[in-house]
Design a protein around this ligand. Structure first.
Ligand code: PMP
Length: 425
């Protein structure tokens, strides 16, 4: 055994020994309590092995080369696409591999401004002055800044739906802000700060009735609950592999096939072309049209392994397990004097991400006391600064739970907060 690893505690939904890093000793021999999975998840051996095996046995440029290794790499890459499609209830040809959720959102935003630049006014992606883009006050910067920039490039107007004091979307404001001018609704499925799960099916139905396209940011949902593209009804759904036990450097844009077919390319170059002449080029159909360059086959293979791992746990069980952890954490934290939960205080329609502040102590100081005990949480604005402003706080502490966390770890979090309160009293 590596000297920094030790046997891990039992009692999570997943077998903790599948995750080697959880056995790490940190801060002078303390056991790691990893409560930062909303930022990035830890990886099981199955994912590490899948990626390593790709390099050990099959390494070649997928979709290029006439040799056996290239064939195998292509097969693994396309199998991974199939696994993603199956996992989210979509079709293979609707799954575009991107570098991340961030890149997937930017891809749609740039496709829209490319449409405007090409002057294609009949395209479903056309946007210009007088048109509106509707977002919410609870978006991660990744689902806000690209739309601000699109508005700047095209002359469209950005509007946003406010958040209620208990951390839910203000649905009556949504109804008022959604009009015939709305070209696109961009909304998160689950807030990375509040934990709130938004009623996407409802929002999508209303947005479609108003004639708007809908992009859903699934970065915080797809890893934690069953998702089904048909049930959600959105036009685009994006996520990153690294938050769902998979590798860094790969994400997904799911898009309705007929829309992807009408979407102009954004990144151009190799792998996405049909024929190239010196003066013009024709492009491959989706998804290849949006995957310029040598494909991320090793990462896709790792993502497929993560999906197998989650599927074996069962996404309904994952959701249920996390709901139990969240209910316990809410109970433990609300029982502490001076702890203020930012977001829903009950388990209804919320995920396993819990943000809070502690009266009289800066979130960074709380984070430091927790870190000294080996507890990893995130402190700051969590890439959602306007949301922090909404709640009148410069920052918060965020604990987020996943399939490898235990109830003991929630006790340790509560004890750590109490220690911070004593220390700074
Ligand atoms: N949206 C949400 C809700 C997120 O939590 C994150 C990651 N923190 C992103 C988008 C962006 O994900 P990535 O950095 O992997 O592109």
């Amino acid at each position: 055994m590596h000297p920094v690893f030790a046997p891990t505690r039992p009692g999570a939904l997943a077998d903790r020994d599948d995750f080697p890093i959880l056995g790490r000793q940190i801060r002078d021999g303390k056991s790691l309590v990893y409560l930062d999975s909303a930022a990035t998840s830890q990886k099981p051996w199955a994912v590490l092995d899948a990626e390593r095996d790709f390099y050990l046995l099959h390494n070649a440029a997928a979709h290029r080369g006439a040799h056996q290794l290239a064939e195998e790499a292509t097969e693994l890459y396309e199998e991974a696409r199939g696994a993603v499609a199956h996992f989210i209830g979509g079709h293979d040809r609707e799954v575009v591999f991107t570098r991340s959720a961030t890149e997937a959102i930017n891809l749609v935003a740039y496709a829209m401004s490319n449409t405007a630049a090409l002057g294609d006014t009949r395209s479903p992606f056309h946007i210009g002055p007088g048109d509106e883009i509707l977002v919410t006050q609870m978006e991660h910067h990744a689902n806000l800044v690209p739309w601000q920039q699109l508005a700047l490039r095209t002359g469209a107007t950005l509007r946003w739906v406010p958040v209620t004091p208990d951390g839910r979307l203000d649905e009556s404001a949504f109804d008022a802000l959604l009009t015939g001018r709305t070209r696109l609704l961009a909304v998160t499925h689950q807030s990375n700060v509040l934990g709130t799960i938004n009623p996407i099916t409802d929002l999508t139905r209303k947005a479609h009735a108003a004639g708007a396209l809908v992009l859903v940011d699934g970065a915080q949902s797809v890893a934690h609950q069953p998702v089904d593209m048909a049930a959600l009804g959105a036009d685009f759904f994006v996520f990153s592999a690294h938050k769902m036990l998979g590798p860094n450097g790969i994400g997904v844009l799911w898009g309705r096939r007929h829309l992807l077919e009408q979407m102009p390319p954004v990144m151009t170059g190799g792998s996405m072309i049909e024929t190239v002449r010196m003066d013009h080029t024709t492009f491959l159909p989706p998804p290849q049209r949006f995957e310029a360059g040598v494909p991320m086959a090793p990462q896709a293979t790792g993502l497929a392994a993560a999906i197998s791992y989650l599927t074996a746990l069962g996404m309904a069980s994952v959701h249920q397990y996390e709901a139990a952890l969240t209910t316990l954490a809410l109970e433990r934290l609300t029982a502490l004097d001076g702890v203020r939960i930012i977001g829903p205080r009950d388990g209804h329609q919320r995920g396993a991400t819990l943000s809070f502040t502690v009266d009289g102590i800066h979130p960074h100081d709380v984070g430091q006391v927790l870190d000294d005990r080996g507890i990893a949480v995130r402190t700051g604005h969590h890439c959602a600064r306007p949301l922090c402003e909404r709640f009148g706080i410069p920052a918060s502490i965020r604990a987020s739970f996943y399939v490898y966390n235990t109830t003991d770890e929630i006790d340790e979090l509560a004890d750590g907060i109490t220690q911070a309160q004593r220390f700074f009293a």
